[in-house]
Design a protein around this ligand. Structure first.
Ligand code: DAH
Length: 336
């Protein structure tokens, strides 16, 4: 056998073994390649080694050196392939992971009760065709007050009763919105009636936290603008909402009240478990509000309402202190 022939055989061995090991997709394929190429009894390398003795004495040192180089290179590729597959825990043929061991239990979380409440309100109101829309939490005075017919001397505009933010925009001072009624204005400014929307989100007032107050809380705002809308529609919608949300036949009561952006205005009470609870305010949208957004009050009318999310959530679950919603105590939150 000539040296050239010997080297050529080594080269093709190297190519075949290298290709097989690189493409072996699982531990079984690596083992098949190992036996075929490096097997101690009938592997291809063993066969090549046997032909070494048939070489001339002067060729032997070079041939032996080349043989050892190829042998080491393939041994390295073999251990690489083994390491690669062992590192892949998705391969059940490797025993890197014992799949019979019990897993590490995960603590299953859940949605925050306020988030659950918001989703439920959206779902119930959606059945009546009310679309859920969002508005900004940093507002200007037009949307938080002026277009809602709240004049500058109104106590709700007292700077001490609002979170004004330091930077004034070119359009005037900015504040954290104190009510979601802002979204009524934002929607009416850019859409034409008919409209049925709810907007649920955070509002901010500098109140001292106690069992029924928190400087940040959530409101549901509802608005329906459609020809022929009356207080009877308002009451039906609120009653449907209350019955669906609290379960059972919940009665709804209106008491005369005043809000700058509705006329007439009412306080909304709901009876549940034998008790009347005040849930929010409502009324027919004031003509001044319709005019402020460019609607003609002689042509369109509608109702609006505002409910406190924490209040209806507390009612539904019997939570006595709304601060519990924000303490992030897992023992409390786990109950919902
Ligand atoms: N924005 C009122 C508040 O924060 C709640 C409210 C009352 C909203 C009457 C309304 C409404 O849409 O018609 O106290």
């Amino acid at each position: 056998m000539s040296l050239e022939r010997f080297v050529a055989e080594l080269d093709s061995f190297y190519l075949d073994a290298g290709t097989s090991l690189a493409s072996a997709g699982d531990a079984a394929a690596v083992e098949v390649a190992r036996v075929e190429f490096l097997g101690a009894r009938s592997g291809r390398l063993k066969g090549i080694q046997k032909t070494l003795g048939a070489l001339g004495a002067s060729d032997k040192p070079a041939a032996g050196k080349r043989f050892n180089e190829v042998k080491e290179a393939i041994a390295a590729l073999l251990s690489n392939a083994q390491a690669r597959l062992i590192a892949d825990p998705s391969d059940p043929a490797t025993d890197a992971i014992d799949i019979s061991l019990p897993g590490i239990p995960l603590r299953i979380g859940r949605l925050h009760p306020i988030t659950q409440t918001i989703r439920r309100v959206e779902e119930i109101m959606g059945r009546l065709g009310f679309e859920s829309v969002d508005g900004p939490e940093v507002e200007d005075e037009r949307h938080n007050f002026e277009a809602l017919n709240i004049p500058p001397e109104h106590p709700a505009r007292d700077p001490l009763d609002n979170f004004y933010v330091a930077t004034a925009s070119r359009g005037g001072p900015l504040l954290l919105r104190s009510q979601t009624s802002t979204v009524q204005i934002r929607v009416m400014e850019c859409r034409k009636p008919p409209l049925r929307i709810v907007s649920i989100g955070r509002v901010y007032r500098p109140d001292t936290a106690d069992a029924t107050h928190y400087p940040m809380f959530h409101q549901v705002e509802g608005l329906m603008i459609e020809p022929g809308t009356t207080m009877a529609h308002l009451k039906s919608v609120l009653r449907y909402f209350a019955s669906s949300f609290l379960g059972g036949d919940v009665r709804v009561r209106f008491r005369p009240s005043f809000f700058p952006f509705t006329e007439p205005s009412v306080e909304v009470d709901m009876e549940w478990g034998g008790r009347w609870i005040e849930m929010g305010g409502a009324g027919m949208v004031d003509p001044a509000v319709l005019t402020a957004v460019g609607y003609d009050p002689n042509e369109v009318s509608g109702f609006a309402f505002g409910l406190g999310v924490e209040r209806i959530a507390a009612r539904r679950w019997g939570v006595a202190d709304i601060r519990d919603f924000y303490r992030n105590d897992i023992r409390f939150l786990e109950q919902f």
